[in-house]
Design a protein around this ligand. Structure first.
Ligand SMILES: CC(C)(COP(=O)(O)OP(=O)(O)OC[C@H]1O[C@@H](n2cnc3c(N)ncnc32)[C@H](O)[C@@H]1OP(=O)(O)O)[C@@H](O)C(=O)NCCC(=O)NCCS
Length: 448
C-alpha cells in the first residue's frame, strides 16, 4: 500500500501526537483571547479546539476580552473608550457597557461549549462551564491627576475555588471583571487577569492568543525566548509593536510568578493552539523561565514520558522490556532530557559498587531528536555520576548500537566481565553484546 495514502498519513500524525497528549494530560493551561476572536466568524472552530483539549484531560481556564464589544456599545450611546498613558478610563457609562459586553460574550462562549450535535466536532463533548467571582480587584484610582474611574487592577485570585472546579472536570471561564469586598465592579484587562490567574493556580502553561504574530524588532517571528532575553528586549523599548510588547510583558510576568511556560500565538492561524501543543516545533513564541531543553535527573512523574519514549524501541528489540513498576523503583538511576515538557531522551546508571562498576543502560532518544549529540551528552552526564560514586568502569549491553559505543571509548568484553548479579539476569535469547569503558576517576583537588 502506498504509505502516503490518507489513512497512513493520519495514523502517522496521530502517533506523532501521542507523546504530547500524554505530556499535557492533567496539566493546567490558562488561555486568553481578545473579544476580537468572537467577531470574525471563526470562533466556533476555536471553541472546538478548547473542547478537544478538555477531552484530552487538560484542565482549562479561559479568559476572554471584550474590547470590540464594549466599543460597539459605547458608540451606540455616542460615547467612546478613553485612554491615559495606554490605560483605559472607565466611567459609569463605560462600566455599564463592560458589564453588558462581558455578559454577552460569556453567554456566547458557554453556548458554544454546550453544543453536542451528533454531526459536529462537539458530538458527545458534554462540557461543564463554570464562571464566578474569582477575581478580587481594586481601583487604579487617580494617577497624574486623572481619575481612572472603574478601571481596576487585580488584587487577588481565588485559586482554591478554581482548582476545585477544574478537579471536578469543569472548564473555568473568567471575564475581565473584578469585584471589591465593598461590592463594586471593576473593568480589568484580560491579559492581566490571565496572568494573575495562571500565577495563582501555578498553571503549567499560559497561552495568549494575539491579533498578530510575535515578531522581534527585525520583523522576524520569535520562536523561543527566555525570560532574561525577553526582559532585555522589552527594556530596549520602542522596537516592538505595542500589542506584542504588552503580551510579551504579560508572559514575562506569568513566568516570574511561577508559570513554567507562556506561549504567544497568532490566533489567525487556523488551529494555532493545537499546532503549538501537539507538534514538534509549534507555530508560536515560547517564553520560558527555564531553558527550553534541559538534561536533569529523572523524577517519579517522568515515568510516563520515559515509557512513551522506550516502548517503540522495546518493540524493535533495541531495548529490553522494562515494566512500569521496575522503572518506578529504579527512577533515581535515570536521567532525562526534557524539551518543552516532553521527555526526548533518557539513560540510566545502575551501580554495582562492590565491583566498582556501573551499567550504562536504557539509552534512548526520540527519533526526531537524534544526531545532535544528545546521546553523547547523556553519556557524559552518566560518566560524571559514575565518577562521583567512585566507579572505575561502565559497561553496556547492546543489540543494535555496538558501533555507537565503540566510537565513544567502549571496548568489546565478555559475559565474565560483568558483575555476578548482572550475569545472572543476562538474557541469552537477546544475545546482547557486552562493552566496557574505563572511566577516569574524579580529580581530587590537591591540598595546598
Ligand atoms: C543510539 C542513540 C541513543 C544515539 O543518539 P544520538 O543523539 O543520535 O547520538 P549522538 O548525536 O550523540 O551521535 C550521533 C552519531 O551516532 C550514530 N549512531 C546513531 N545510532 C547508532 C547506532 N545504533 N549504531 C551506530 N551509530 C549510531 C549516528 O549516525 C551519528 O553519527 P554521524 O554523525 O557520524 O552520522 C539513538 O540513536 C537511539 O536512541 N537509538 C535507539 C535506541 C538504542 O539503540 N539505544 C542503545 C541501547 S543500548
Amino acid at each position: 500500500m502506498n504509505p502516503d495514502t490518507a489513512p497512513q498519513t493520519f495514523v502517522r500524525w496521530l502517533r506523532s501526537a501521542a507523546p504530547y497528549i500524554h505530556a499535557h494530560r492533567n496539566r493546567t493551561f490558562v488561555v486568553s483571547f481578545g473579544g476580537e476572536a468572537l467577531t470574525d466568524g471563526r470562533f466556533a472552530e476555536l471553541v472546538h479546539d478548547f473542547a478537544l483539549l478538555h477531552s484530552l484531560g487538560v484542565g482549562l481556564v479561559l479568559v476572554h476580552g471584550t474590547r470590540p464589544q464594549v466599543e460597539r456599545r459605547l458608540r451606540s450611546r455616542g460615547a467612546e473608550l478613553r485612554y491615559h498613558q495606554g490605560l483605559r478610563i472607565t466611567d459609569a457609562t463605560g462600566l455599564e457597557c463592560v458589564q453588558e459586553a462581558a455578559g454577552a460574550v460569556r453567554v456566547e462562549i458557554e453556548a458554544l461549549l454546550s453544543m453536542g450535535a451528533a454531526n459536529s466536532p462537539m458530538a458527545g463533548a458534554r462540557i461543564r462551564v463554570a464562571s464566578g467571582n474569582f477575581v478580587v480587584a481594586k481601583p487604579l484610582g487617580v494617577r497624574d491627576g486623572v481619575d481612572f474611574g472603574y478601571t481596576g487592577e487585580v488584587r487577588r485570585v481565588d485559586a482554591g475555588a478554581m482548582r476545585r472546579l477544574l478537579d471536578e472536570g469543569s472548564v473555568v471561564l473568567v471575564s475581565p471583571l473584578g469585584y471589591s469586598p465593598t461590592g463594586e465592579i471593576f473593568n480589568l484587562s484580560a491579559e492581566e487577569v490571565a496572568t494573575a490567574v495562571a500565577g495563582a493556580l501555578g498553571a503549567d502553561k499560559l497561552l495568549l492568543l494575539m491579533e498578530q504574530p510575535c515578531a522581534g524588532p527585525d520583523g522576524r517571528m520569535i520562536h523561543q525566548i527566555t525570560v532574561q532575553e525577553a526582559e532585555r528586549l522589552l527594556e530596549r523599548g520602542g522596537s516592538l509593536e505595542p500589542g506584542v510588547a504588552a503580551h510579551l510583558a504579560a508572559a514575562l510576568k506569568a513566568c516570574r510568578s511561577g508559570v513554567a511556560r507562556a506561549h504567544l500565538l497568532d490566533r489567525h492561524i487556523d488551529g494555532a493552539l493545537l499546532l503549538e501543543l501537539f507538534t514538534r516545533d509549534g507555530v508560536g513564541t515560547l517564553v520560558s523561565a527555564n531553558p527550553f531543553e534541559e538534561l536533569r535527573p529523572a523524577r517519579i512523574n517522568d515515568v510516563v514520558g520515559i515509557l512513551d519514549l522506550i516502548r517503540p524501541l522495546e518493540q524493535t528489540g533495541a531495548l529490553v522490556n522494562r515494566s512500569r513498576e521496575r522503572l518506578e523503583t529504579e527512577i533515581e538511576d535515570y536521567v532525562v532530557i526534557e524539551r518543552d515538557g516532553l521527555i526526548v531522551g533518557c539513560a540510566a546508571l545502575h551501580p554495582f559498587p562492590a565491583e566498582s562498576v556501573g551499567e550504562f543502560a536504557c539509552l534512548a532518544l526520540h527519533p526526531e531528536y537524534r544526531g545532535e549529540s544528545r546521546g553523547e551528552r547523556l553519556l557524559e552526564f552518566i560518566e560524571q555520576r559514575a565518577r562521583k560514586l567512585g566507579l572505575a568502569r561502565l559497561f553496556a549491553l547492546t543489540t543494535q548500537a555496538m558501533q555507537w559505543f565503540r566510537e565513544r571509548g567502549f571496548e568489546p568484553a565478555s559475559l565474565t566481565d560483568l558483575p555476578a548479579q548482572r550475569r545472572a539476569s543476562y538474557s541469552p535469547e537477546r544475545n546482547s553484546q557486552v562493552l566496557i569503558k574505563t572511566i577516569r576517576p574524579c580529580e581530587v583537588p590537591r591540598k595546598s
